[in-house]
Write a protein that binds this ligand. Sequence first.
Ligand code: G6P
Ligand code: MG
Length: 242
Amino acid sequence: MAKQDESGQLHIRAIIYDLDGVLVSTDEYHFRAWKRLADEEGIPFDRTINERLRGVSRMESLSIILERSTRKYSREEQRQLAERKNGYYVDSLSDLGPEAILPGARETVDAVHLLGLKQAVASSSKNAPRILEQTGLSELFDSAVDGSMISHSKPDPEVFLKAAEALSTEPGGCVVVEDAVSGIQAAKAAGMLSFAVASAARADEERQDGDNPVGAWKRAPDLSDNALVKAVEPFVHIPQNR
Ligand code: G6P
Ligand code: MG
């Protein structure tokens, strides 16, 4: 559960950001690389199916795509397919730079730093370190956990728990920022609050009263207009001149 004092007051101490689709527009590059692979293999794949791939590891993403395949692929063939997709994806990253940073992301990270909170990136992607470097975001964070450091991808809480540990912060004091429904579920499983953006925010709005609510703590279309800072500020109780 999120950290509260005796009066029920929340104490937010750290922000943990997903990368693809939250800080950087690389979620679209993932989609294009999978689409190219699926088209080459004659497997139906579209943006609706793609929603299920958000936050999920490379091999698990492939399994979701192969649900619609008419033929079976051996383990070795699956490994080769995943490698091919990663080749397409990595090629598309060659020109990636700071222009790929999503609206409001950079300003949010700067403002959160001024609030005195710790900040980490937690991504299921093994390509996360390279993306953080190329966009110049790397140095802004106290810690980063990526796909090569975890055994289970979202909705498993592992990546977020590792990030909280690296920040020496209890899960209940962390807010996770996510564009993936699997990421919101992972945050919940980690005992953290979640701030849904983009796709996860839309799903949260659509399903808030349904049988299967997403259940984000707060949501916004993206990080522009200081949306995250406005949401967390009332719950920050850290001396500003740390
Ligand atoms: C992130 C993305 C997923 C991607 C996964 C693995 O979680 O949201 O779409 O499949 O990372 O990425 P990788 O770069 O390791 O293939
Ligand atoms: Mg994402």
